[in-house]
Design a protein around this ligand. Structure first.
Ligand SMILES: Nc1ncnc2c1ncn2[C@@H]1O[C@H](COP(=O)(O)OP(=O)(O)OP(=O)(O)O)[C@@H](O)[C@H]1O
Length: 240
């Protein structure tokens, strides 16, 4: 599905990502964990094209997308969420989702035909993202948790195949985190998901496989039960 080989990113003399190999299997939820500064956000930024790699390949749909523009990569079906939610305070949830919606059949010519009606799609997405009943609410009036769900909903509106999540539960309380877990559980199988997250209980509960990033390289990849029992992982990450 998405296959990364030998990915390296240098910032001047700092090697943030070094010879990283990572494979996402179709439909899996893949957790990416690691200590602060391990390179998790940089990895996401390299996949999305927000950063250009120093070396390495990112194969997706038979093409090496490493170094392509963020717009190209998003149009190919790779969506992302951000650590900090980006929204327009005065705009309704519905409008956010309409603007984020992507019509793959839309061409320059279709600018002259009526716009696609996304009503049904938007209602489905709102339900998945626990925002049904909030479609006509402006973003600033959503709770903190709901604003994060809006972020997830906006990614869904883009019809991606692969979604990269950067700390989707950051700053959420226990019950909101549980809602994120339920939302992802509903999405399971419909998308290939890479989830960077510090809440280890959430990552364990969700992930089909977990990769541990340490000093810019993958230390180990495997099912959650194996990874959390790995002695080196306990030492470098879980602090045991
Ligand atoms: N634009 C940049 N310029 C220079 N150094 C950077 C840049 N972005 C990241 N780094 C460095 O690269 C390393 C990896 O950072 P990154 O943000 O990817 O880590 P992370 O695992 O996401 O950390 P955290 O869990 O704290 O979010 C760090 O040493 C960071 O200081």
């Amino acid at each position: 599905m998405l296959s990364i080989e030998g990915l390296t990113k240098e910032f001047g003399s700092l090697v943030a990502i070094e010879d990283l190999d990572l494979e996402l299997e179709p439909g899996e939820i893949h957790g990416l964990i690691g200590p602060n500064g391990a390179g998790k956000t940089t990895t996401i930024n390299l996949i999305t094209g927000d950063l250009a790699p120093t070396r390495g390949t990112i194969m997706y749909d038979g093409e090496d997308i490493a170094g392509r523009s963020p717009t190209d990569i998003a149009n190919m079906g790779i969506g992302r969420s951000f650590q900090v939610v980006q929204y327009f305070p005065e705009m309704t949830v519905r409008k956010h989702l309409r603007l984020a919606s992507r019509d793959p059949t839309r061409t320059v010519l279709s600018a002259f035909t009526p716009r696609t009606d996304y009503t049904e799609k938007i209602e489905e997405i709102a339900e998945t993202a626990h925002l049904d009943g909030r479609l006509d609410t402006v973003a600033k009036n959503l709770s903190h948790g709901e604003q994060r769900f809006l972020d997830i909903a906006m990614v869904l509106a883009m019809d991606p195949e692969v979604i990269l999540f950067d700390e989707p539960a950051a700053g959420l309380n226990h019950s909101e985190t549980e809602e994120v877990r339920q939302i992802f559980e509903d999405m399971r199988g419909d998308y290939t998901m890479l989830v960077v997250e510090h809440d280890i209980d959430l990552v364990r509960a969700l992930s089909d496989r977990i990769s541990v990033l340490h000093n810019g390289s993958i230390l180990t990849t495997g099912p959650p039960s194996e990874v959390v029992e790995n002695e080196t992982v306990k030492e470098v990450y879980l602090g045991e």
